[in-house]
Design a protein around this ligand. Structure first.
Ligand code: NAP
Ligand code: G4F
Length: 352
């Protein structure tokens, strides 16, 4: 019986396992009884902090590698012979992609090709299912609202352009070699596991630090950008479902509701019992936010966070995922702010 369980155990290979989505996907797949192999990069400090809760689980195996290294990817996929590959690894910061564009296309674009070629090289076309972490950044300067799987792409950053290559090479390998390969076109999804460089986590973490007296101000970029923000834990369930259906297809995952950065800021301060009033000229570097009770300036606009080209508005339509996969998100943005704020409060109190 024990052997039978082992034989039926599915094997997944995850790139980007140390990131936000890697954490939640690992949790989900281990709960489902998968053997999970994750590719990690060597850093001067450990990169595996998020995965600590799973360190004792014998079904999690971590292997060194990099999306820039085809030899390692080909070897690992040959050794592991995975049933499912989730390609979450990426230089995922849109703003930073303007500073390191060539590296971004190598990892986010060519890195995807390296995995698809490794599937072919190892003769795994009929066995291994492939998930590509595509993004709403593909829509960039949006061509219609809301955005669906059929909306034309118009990326606005080196990151978006690199992910556009990854999107199409995934479609191409599905059509050319009959690989079960899907793109999940995921709109922004956040959580307490979100990196501190992304706007939502930066906001909840800084607001908590202001409350605890560790910081005095939130320095922010474009307050009027609008995003369709969902909860990451729910989105990894959608990734998994994409690989469980009969036909490989591309799916949008989104909440269908959009909010400005400005309203996210107001909402995070509201959780701290602080009401923000905006002063100065709206939408300029002269705008700032004060606490209505104390008159203190708590939010300032800092142009270092502006981008050479901006994606102003994203709002997704996930009807196809609802109909085919039975996937629909439950946590709304207000609840998400609460989840992140409370987690940051615990985190910052522990750090002292
Ligand atoms: P994240 O937290 O920034 O994690 C990125 C992961 O990629 C980390 O594990 C990172 O490893 C790894 N990575 C970076 N460069 C690599 C390289 N050269 N080789 C191998 N691995 C590398 O991102 P996330 O939010 O979890 O997002 C997961 C994926 O979904 C990314 O591809 C992202 O572009 C895409 N996506 C995210 C969202 C979102 O809203 N979160 C929406 C749409 C699409 P280290 O820990 O070593 O840096
Ligand atoms: O949180 P962000 O950096 O996320 P962005 O650019 O939307 O990208 C994220 O979502 C994509 C899905 O659409 C993923 F593909 C990508 O990997 C990443 O996870 O910025 C959100 C908005 C932008 O308009 C940005 O200009 O917030 C604006 N913003 C304003 N002030 C800021 C800041 N962004 C950051 N990171 N830091 C600021 O201080």
């Amino acid at each position: 019986m024990k052997d039978k369980v082992k034989t039926n155990m599915k094997t997944a290979f995850i790139t980007g396992i140390t990131g936000q989505d890697g954490y939640y996907l690992t949790e989900l797949l281990l709960e489902k009884g998968y053997k999970v192999y994750g590719m990690i990069r060597r850093g001067s400090l450990p990169t595996t902090d998020r995965l600590k809760p799973f360190f004792d689980n014998p079904n999690l195996v971590l292997k060194n590698g990099d999306l820039a290294d085809s030899a390692v990817i080909t070897r690992l996929i040959g050794e592991i012979q995975p049933d499912e590959i989730y390609n979450l690894g990426a230089m995922s910061h849109v703003g930073i992609s303007f500073e390191i564009p060539e590296y971004t296309v190598d990892v986010d674009g060519t890195g995807t090709l390296r995995i698809l070629e490794a599937i072919r090289h190892n003769g795994l076309e009929a066995k291994t299912k492939f998930y590509q972490a595509s993004t709403s950044e593909l829509y960039g300067r949006i061509q219609e609202t809301p955005q669906t799987e059929k909306t034309p792409f118009y990326p606005r950053s080196p990151y978006g352009a690199a992910k556009m290559y990854a999107y199409w090479i995934t479609v191409n390998y599905r059509e050319s070699y009959n690989i079960f390969a899907c793109n999940g076109i995921l709109f922004n999804h956040e959580s307490p596991m979100r990196g501190l460089g992304f706007v939502t986590r930066k906001i909840t973490n800084t607001v908590v630090k202001i409350v605890l007296g560790k910081e005095t101000q939130l320095k922010i970029g474009n307050l009027d950008a609008s995003r369709d923000w969902g909860y990451a834990k729910e989105y990894v369930e959608g990734m998994w479902r994409m690989l469980q259906v009969d036909e490989p297809q591309d799916y949008v995952l989104a909440t269908g509701v959009t909010q400005t950065v400005r309203s996210f800021v107001e909402s995070a301060f509201k959780h701290a019992g602080i009401t923000i009033e905006w002063k100065g000229e709206k939408g300029t570097v002269d705008e700032f936010g004060i606490c209505t009770e104390t008159g203190k300036t708590l939010v300032v606009v800092d142009p270092q966070f502006f981008r050479p080209a901006e994606v102003e508005l994203l709002i997704g339509d996930a009807t196809k995922a609802k109909e085919d996969l039975g996937w629909s998100p439950k946590v709304n943005c207000e609840e998400l702010v609460g989840i992140m704020y409370n987690a940051d409060l615990e985190y910052e109190k522990k750090r002292g």
